[in-house]
Each structure stands twice: as structure tokens, then as C-alpha cells.
Design a protein around this ligand. Structure first.
Ligand code: GLN
Length: 531
């Protein structure tokens, strides 16, 4: 019989509910349980795939090719289990299914309603995910804040679900902000009380309240929350700021979160967290610093590149250097200022992106990096940029471009089978194998002849230009097993100029950093020494 944990949020959004869910997942996994996590997002998009990253942050791609909420990235990094398309449900997806069922006559003439049709669909989704994954514990995070109109069907479905599977098999966690009032120098519990009341008014009483505040709000406030919110004293858990994200499981463990949850669910209360603390020792023992530039178009919201930043951090633990990440808006880079903008950088990373905005600045960046020997790492769009730059400046194809931005020599172009389709859900998505060429930087990074990484793009290296570019010295270091798709490129010789069509950031883990991020930072470290 599976156990269920539901994580709600209150007072304000952006409290790090996802980190609480992910941390708890890791703490349960450390006890030997099979843990899976899923996210319910109340918005009406079918998935976040078509959303602008500066609004909603990165789109995280699962191995089976689902475009999902960035919190799934936290779950994968903390719990280290591959999630699936069954792990992210939006209101849009639920309504889509219900309306399709209605059109197909599946409701046999009944009036279609939120209760039971929409709520049943949500409950079925939870059941299906548990069945597919065989999880001992399923953690479900509900996006947004309790009280949002869109969230109500989810809350109602969970209320019903808890009755169906038994209260003793479920734990409800409410993560709320406990604000600090500087004028009176005190923490206030009232917003938490109101938010818990709101949840209770919908028929769900939280078992655990996680109070979010920069520093510990103190036992007195926790006791107040316990009394007014009808939650056991040891089930009010402080969630304070941590320097490094991966300290959150330890902080929450020390504050008693997992112990309380395990007691309520009848799971093992004892837990050996030494594996995780060993990893944190590495985080703490870094010395010195590397300056890494991320040159992209969505830099106004750092969450747009969250998996890349995390992957860089994971690699930095292995390389033993702190990172100073410099966010550079590619729209602001020109041939005149590129040297000033990139001054002092030990490595440059151009991440993924869509559309023509900011492209010229990225091409200038790639050119500057290649010509000056600054390590360059291009991911997806960043690889396409590297190919365009190389075609223009080395192979002499002055009008080299991508079919996504311009007319000219389309060294990057749309995959023929994707022509004329809608934007939503038409990309090459999910994990694909790649054969790695021997004696390349890609090969020495991975140390393997065949790898698998996740994709999310419409455009590809145009095979018509393979010969021209290879002749000009571009190494096609990764190719699909059927030999058709170029997956990775690099330059010959010592410099680190590497581009990959896939997204290696999605599979990087704090204790198992992505191979290319490590080789990139090693190159940056070497470059910094030489400088
Ligand atoms: N816009 C490019 C494409 O669709 C790159 C996508 C990406 O960087 N994820 O191929």
C-alpha cells in the first residue's frame, strides 16, 4: 500500500515548496523507500512548453519527453529518480481530457461537472502514477497558493482521495510564510493561521505546517501556530534560508520534518544522512573562484536557466572552485563591446533559446570566445550559434544562419518532418542516444562511446553543410546512431569550443555532475591559470 504526501502552499507563492517536497523525497529515499514526486499546476496551459521562460522559469524535460514545471528538476536532482510524463498535471490537461471524453460520449449523457468528472480525472492521475512507478511514497506538490480559484478542483480531489485511501496513509503539509516585522522586531503567525483556516474550510486539515522565514521564528511562534492551527507541536517545522540549496534536506531533517512525516505514516523514523552530508563537505571545501558568463536572452529571470545553473554548481563541487556567475543579456552585446562585456571571464556558456531576438550578440560571443581561447560551451541554441559562427568566420559562408531567424545559408534548419505543424508539442523531445567520436573532447568528457541525453528543439544541424564545415575543421563529435543527426560539434586542438544539440543539464545531479559541465569548468580552471 503506497503512502501519500501532499504539499500545499500558503500566504505567498515562491516559498520553495518544491524544495521542501524534494528534500523530503530525498530524506525518505535515504531510508530505502522508493519515492516519486509529482506536481499539480492549476494554470490552464496544457503544459509549460509554450510559456515564456521569463514568466514561468525553465521548462524541464523528462527522459520520456514531457515538457514540465521546473520543480520536477528539483525532484530529479534531490531524489535522483527519473520522472515521467505522469508527474506533471495542469488544469489545462485535466479539462482537455474531460472535454475530449465528453465529445466522445464517454459520460453517457450526464451533465459534466467539476465534481465528479474533473475531480475523478485528478484522482485517476494520482492512482495511475503510483501504479506506473510502483512507488512506496508519492509526494504531490500543488502549485500556487491555497485560495487561488484555479486550485480548488485539485484541493477538492485531494480531499476525496484522502478519504478513499485512508487518512492514516496520507500526510498533508502546508508551507507558509511567517513574516518578520522589523519595526517591532518580531515574527507574526497570523498569516499562517489564516492560510491554514482557508485550507481547513475546504475540508483539509494540515498535519504538518512548515513555516518559511529567513531565520528561525522561534519556539514561541511555533507553539502559537501549533495551538491555533490544530497541529501537533513537533509538526510545526521551521524552514529557514540556507547558503546552498542542497543543505535544505539537512536543515529540514534537523528541524524534524521527516521524523514527523514518518511517524504519521508509520514509516521508519531512523535515518542515516551521512551520504548527503559527505556531498555537502565537498560543497564547503571549494577554494578560489571561476568567473562564468551565461550569455542568453532570458537572463532577467535566473530561473529560466535553473538546471544549467544547478549543473554548473554540481560540476563546481567536483572541480573544487566556487562559481561567480555573470548574467549577460545577449541583446546588449555588439562587436564593439563584446571584449569589455566578457572581460575577466574564465568560461562562456550560451544556453538554449527560441526566436531571433538576441542572436547577433550570441554569435559575437562565440566568435570572441573561439578567437581568444576562452572556453565556450553551447547548449542547444548555443550549439547552433557555434555552428553559424564557425560557418561564417572560418568556413567563409558569410550568410550562414538558421532557418529559425533568417534567409541565407541555412547551416541550421528545421527538421523536414516538423514543417507546417503547430508550435505546441512539435519538438524533438526527451532522451535520444548519441554515438561519441573517439579522441574528441566529448569523448574524454563522457569516457563512453554511446551516451543518451534529453532534447528540446525543432531545428538541427543541416547535413547539406556537413562536408564544408568538416573541411573547415569543425569536428562532428556526436552523431545519432543512424548517422543522420549531428548531436555535437567542437573545434580541433587545445581550445574548448564545444556545442551540443541536447540538454545535458537535465541529467546532472549534485553527487553525479554532468560530464560536460565538469569538462567545461576544468577548461575554465586551466584557462584561469594561464591568464
Ligand atoms: N530554437 C532552437 C530550436 O528550436 C533551439 C532550441 C533550444 O535551445 N532549446 O532548435
Amino acid at each position: 500500500m503506497a503512502k501519500y504526501v501532499f504539499v500545499f502552499g500558503g500566504v505567498v507563492s515562491g516559498l520553495g515548496k518544491g524544495i521542501v517536497a524534494a528534500s523530503l523525497g530525498r530524506l525518505l529515499k535515504l531510508r530505502g523507500y522508493k519515492v516519486q514526486a509529482q506536481k499539480f499546476d492549476p494554470y490552464l496551459n496544457i503544459d509549460p512548453g509554450t510559456m515564456n521562460p521569463t514568466q514561468h522559469g525553465e521548462v524541464f524535460v523528462t527522459a520520456d519527453g514531457a515538457e514540465t514545471d521546473l520543480d520536477l528538476g528539483h525532484y530529479e536532482r534531490f531524489i535522483d529518480e527519473n520522472l515521467t510524463k505522469y508527474c506533471n498535471l495542469t488544469s489545462g490537461k485535466v479539462f482537455w481530457r474531460v472535454l475530449n471524453n465528453e465529445r466522445e460520449g464517454k459520460y453517457l449523457g450526464k451533465t459534466v461537472q467539476i465534481i465528479p468528472h474533473v475531480t475523478n480525472e485528478i484522482k485517476d492521475f494520482i492512482k495511475r502514477n503510483v501504479k506506473e512507478t510502483n512507488a512506496d511514497v508519492m509526494i504531490t506538490e500543488i502549485g500556487g497558493t491555497v485560495g487561488d480559484i484555479e486550485g480548488q478542483p485539485f484541493i477538492e480531489a485531494i480531499r476525496q482521495f484522502i478519504i478513499e485511501v485512508g487518512r492514516e496513509n496520507c500526510v498533508v503539509i502546508h508551507v507558509c510564510l511567517t513574516p518578520y516585522i522589523s519595526g517591532s522586531d518580531e515574527y507574526k503567525s497570523k498569516p499562517v493561521q489564516h492560510s491554514v483556516k482557508e485550507l481547513q474550510s475546504m475540508g483539509i486539515s494540515p498535519d504538518v505546517v512548515v513555516t518559511r522565514s529567513a531565520t528561525d521564528c522561534g519556539q514561541e511562534i511555533r507553539d502559537k501556530i501549533s495551538m491555533f492551527c490544530n497541529v501537533a507541536r513537533d509538526c510545526v517545522i521551521s524552514n529557514t534560508d540556507v547558503e546552498c540549496l542542497y543543505e535544505a534536506p539537512i536543515m529540514l531533517h534537523e528541524n524534524g520534518l521527516d521524523k514527523a512525516v514518518c511517524r504519521l505514516l508509520g514509516l521508519k523514523e531512523e535515518c542515516d544522512i551521512s551520504e548527503w552530508t559527505h556531498m555537502l563537505d565537498k560543497v564547503k571545501s571549494r577554494t578560489g573562484e571561476l568567473n562564468i558568463a551565461i550569455v542568453g536572452k532570458y537572463v532577467s529571470l535566473h530561473d529560466s536557466y535553473i538546471s544549467i545553473v544547478e549543473a554548473l554548481q554540481h560540476a563546481s563541487y567536483k572541480v573544487g572552485k566556487h562559481l561567480n556567475i555573470n548574467w549577460i543579456d545577449s541583446e546588449k552585446i555588439t562587436d564593439k563591446n563584446v571584449a569589455t562585456k566578457l572581460k575577466g571571464m574564465d568560461g562562456v556558456l550560451v544556453p538554449g533559446g527560441f526566436g531571433s531576438r538576441g542572436i547577433d550578440g550570441m554569435i559575437e560571443t562565440a566568435k570572441y570566445a573561439r578567437e581568444n581561447g576562452v572556453p565556450y560551451f553551447g547548449i542547444c541554441l548555443g550549439m547552433q550559434i557555434a555552428v553559424i559562427e564557425y560557418a561564417r568566420d572560418v568556413a567563409g559562408l558569410k550568410d550562414a544562419c538558421s532557418g529559425e531567424f533568417k534567409e541565407g545559408s541555412k547551416v541550421i534548419d528545421i527538421m523536414p518532418d516538423k514543417l507546417g505543424l503547430n508550435l505546441g508539442g512539435t519538438m524533438r523531445l526527451g532522451a535520444y542516444p548519441c554515438v561519441v567520436k573517439k579522441d574528441t573532447k566529448l569523448h574524454s568528457a563522457y569516457g563512453e562511446d554511446k551516451i543518451s541525453e534529453r532534447h528540446r528543439h525543432r531545428y538541427e544541424f543541416n547535413n547539406e553543410y556537413r562536408k564544408t564545415l568538416e573541411k573547415a575543421g569543425l569536428v562532428l563529435s556526436g552523431i545519432s546512431p543512424d548517422g543522420v543527426i549531428v548531436e555535437a560539434v567542437e573545434t580541433e586542438g587545445d581550445g574548448y569550443f564545444v556545442g551540443v544539440q541536447f540538454h545535458p543539464e537535465f541529467t546532472s545531479r549534485p553527487n553525479r555532475p554532468g560530464a560536460l559541465f565538469v569538462s567545461f569548468l576544468e577548461a575554465a580552471k586551466e584557462y584561469a591559470l594561464k591568464k
